[in-house]
Structure formats: C-alpha cells, structure tokens
Design a protein around this ligand. Structure first.
Ligand SMILES: Cc1cc2nc3c(=O)[nH]c(=O)nc-3n(C[C@H](O)[C@H](O)[C@H](O)COP(=O)(O)OP(=O)(O)OC[C@H]3O[C@@H](n4cnc5c(N)ncnc54)[C@H](O)[C@@H]3O)c2cc1C
Length: 382
C-alpha cells in the first residue's frame, strides 16, 4: 500500500473534500483519511444550501460566489442533482422590508430584487397572504447533502485520482508525517480539516481561538403538496445572517423581534426551508452553543421552528417525518487557516458556512502551501 503522497488531507467532510479537489487540480498526488467509514458529520446533516446572499461582506461573500461556481462544475461532472436554485427571503414586518430595501440597494444586493404586489402574490398560496414582500436572490444552489457528499467522494476517488483511507483515525500530525490507527503515512503537504473535533489534533489552537461547538435542530416535513419556488427564509434570518448588517435599519427589526419572538432569538432560531426530490422539506434550525453540547432535542425548540414555518408557508400542521441534530465548530472567526508547523495547515470553518465557502478556501490553502499566487477571489478588493 502506498503510504507517501504529495498531499494528505485529514477529514472527509466538505472541507477536506474541497481541499482534495484543489490539490488534485494543482497536480498533487492526494489522499484523504477519515476515521469513519462514511461521512456522518455536519456535511451531510446540513441543508445543502450553498448561499451567497446574506454572507458577510468581503472575503466570505467572494468565497461563497467562487464556491457556488465550483459546486456547479462538480455537480455537472459528478452527476449530483441541483434540486433548487436561488433564495426567497420572505418578510411579514415593515421593519424587515426596510432592511430588504437597504440591502438590495447596497453592493451586497447585486442581482437581487424585491417582490411585492402581483409579483409576490404569484407565489400564493404557497406563501401565506400576510407576507408583505420577498427578496429574490438568483445566486444560490441547493443539493441533497446526504447524497451529494457520498457522490462527491466517490467521484474524487473514481475520476480524480484521490485515494481514500476510511476507518482510519489520525492521532498525531507533524511535518511530513501523519500517525494513524493504521500506521504512519507521509506527505509533503498535510491539511487537517477535523470539523468539530476540537481535542484530538492541535487542541491548543482551538483554545487560543476560542472555538466552541454549536448544536442545531433539523426536521424533515412530509411533502406539503406544493413546490417551493426556491429555498425559503424569513424575518428571523435577517438578524442571523451577517451580510444583512449592511442595512442601517437592522437594529429596529431586532428590537421588534425581541418583543415578539424573544424565545426564537434565545434558541438562535431562524427559518430555512428547502425541498427534496420527493417533495418533502428540510426545515431548520436552532443554535445552542457549548464546548460539549447535550445530546437532546427538546420538542419546544422544534415546535418554534415549525411555528415559524407555518408563519411563512401555507402548512398549518406540518407533518414531521424525521428529526436530527448537527454540530459544527463555532468561534469569533468566520473561518481560519493556520500553519501549526511547516508543511501543515489546520483549516476550520467556525461559522456554519462550510458548504457555501469550502471550495474557495481549499483553493486558497493549496495555493498558499505551494507558494503559488492566491486565486482571484482572494485577491480582489471587497
Ligand atoms: C444542521 C446544520 C445545517 C447546516 N447548514 C448549512 C448550509 O445549509 N449551508 C452551509 O454552507 N453550511 C451549513 N452548515 C455548516 C456546514 O455543514 C459545515 O460548515 C461543514 O459541513 C463543515 O465541514 P467539515 O468538513 O469541516 O466538517 P465535518 O462534516 O464534520 O467533517 C469532519 C470530518 O473529519 C473527520 N475527522 C475529524 N477528526 C479526525 C481524526 N482525528 N482522524 C480522522 N478523521 C477525523 C470526521 O470523521 C469527519 O468526517 C450546517 C451545519 C449543520 C450542522
């Protein structure tokens, strides 16, 4: 068995896979090592919602645009269906509409438009009649992550020359060397993408960067009998997604939400509803932060998510057919990459946006390690 590679990637979630793709595209003989026998982490538990609009201004927004383009290429090549496109950010409060107007008028609103009147009522009765407007964004893609990630992994192995080592836990990394439960591997370049494992590799970095964990509730709701025009979000998303902070009126919306939906804000709830091939909806989510999140999924939190769904879409009694939680690392940085030793990079997305930004981050890391020019999205000014 070959045990030396140009590039070894630890972690087969989307961040590790994105680095593997960038590495093979740079001509490196590449392997990915994961302790599990298939992806079961955040990368398959998420919405599969590759978002641009609402991402923070600057490098994160540009990473999202670039990653969206790579997803489109990879989906075509690996036969991964794109199930939905765009975003409909639906609002029911005048304060939220003002935020949408300010956002749409800013550079961050490029390509977006506000629907109201006939343009909005065209989406009824799917949308409830008390929605007063919606921001329509053309930028987003949506894939079914629990199928897309295995397909991406198989495609990288079958057609891109990436070697996979599964059921192989990495317990130490040093320059040029990866120690695993299946022995030692060596590589010129090593990229560590451990997702929410904060204690096995480089725990001191996690402490220094104040990384903790975030637990999210997710639900699958039976086919409501209609087709969503696009992935749906609501007023609550405007105070959660950092990109809307460009709107000067955001504090006024927050004040109103604090008086009307305080429990939702305390649970970190905002609404995303996306639709799967069988018509069912993936609906979420909540955000609870702790270094060791509890394993429970209290019904009260799920009920608040469902109440928000029913406040936006004409689904008065959502039929929940599946529930799960997910965990991602969270910290003051949106994402970080650092070099704990020569030839090694530790890469972590600490803001729950890895599906949306991972491909661009992978390109940056590999360019940096090879001493090549940074990709265009990194060089452009915000
Ligand atoms: C419920 C939920 C919804 C989300 N929705 C979205 C969304 O719609 N859009 C979006 O952009 N982002 C979303 N996110 C965030 C996104 O899913 C994450 O940012 C992304 O999946 C992180 O990918 P990752 O590869 O870092 O982590 P993971 O997917 O957790 O993968 C990490 C991998 O590393 C392996 N590993 C760790 N340590 C070791 C070791 N020592 N040895 C070997 N293997 C190891 C693990 O086994 C695992 O396979 C969501 C997250 C959650 C939880």
């Amino acid at each position: 068995m070959t045990r030396h590679f140009d590039c070894l990637v630890v972690g087969a979630g989307i961040i590790g896979l994105a680095h593997a793709l960038a590495a093979v595209r740079a001509g490196l003989r590449t392997a990915v090592i994961d302790r599990d026998d298939r992806a079961v982490g955040a990368s398959i538990r998420n919405f599969g919602f590759i978002t641009v609009t609402g991402q923070p201004e600057g490098i994160t927004w540009r990473r999202a645009l670039r990653s969206r383009d790579v997803w489109a290429e990879v989906c075509a090549a690996a036969d991964i269906p794109i199930l939905q496109r765009g975003l409909l950010m639906c609002v029911r409060r005048p304060e939220a509409l003002t935020v949408l107007e300010e956002f749409a008028a800013s550079p961050m609103g490029a390509g977006c438009r506000i629907l109201r009147g006939n343009a909005l009522s065209g989406h009824q009765p799917v949308l409830r009649a008390d929605q007063i407007a919606a921001l329509e964004s053309p930028h987003e893609l949506r894939v079914e992550s629990r199928e897309a990630i295995p397909s991406l992994t198989a495609w990288l192995a079958a057609t891109q020359g990436v070697t996979l080592f599964i059921n192989t836990a990495v317990h130490a990394v040093d320059t040029g060397v990866v120690e695993t439960t299946k022995g030692r591997f060596t590589a010129d370049h090593i990229v560590v993408c451990p997702g929410p494992d904060l204690t096995t590799l480089f725990p001191a970095v996690m402490v220094r960067r104040s990384v903790t964990l975030c637990k999210l509730h997710m639900l699958r709701v039976a086919n409501p009998g209609f087709t969503l025009p696009a992935p749906i979000m609501s007023d609550l998303g405007l105070v959660r997604y950092l990109g809307y902070a460009v709107a000067p009126s955001l504090p006024a919306l927050r004040v109103r939400l604090e008086s009307e939906q305080r429990d939702w804000l305390n649970d970190g709830i905002h609404l995303i509803a996306v639709q799967s091939a069988d018509g069912s909806l993936v609906v979420g989510d909540s955000h609870h932060y702790a270094p060791t999140p509890d394993p429970f999924q209290p019904r009260a939190v799920d009920d608040r998510i469902l109440a928000e769904l029913s406040a936006v879409l004409s689904i008065p009694a959502p039929d929940v057919i599946e529930r799960w939680t997910g965990i991602y690392p969270s910290g003051p940085d949106v994402a970080f990459r650092e070099a704990p030793m020569t030839g090694v990079r530790l890469v972590m997305v600490t803001s729950g946006t890895g599906a949306s930004t991972g491909f661009a981050i992978g390109e940056e890391t590999i360019a940096e390690m090879l001493g090549r020019p940074m990709p265009a999205h990194q060089q452009e000014q915000a």
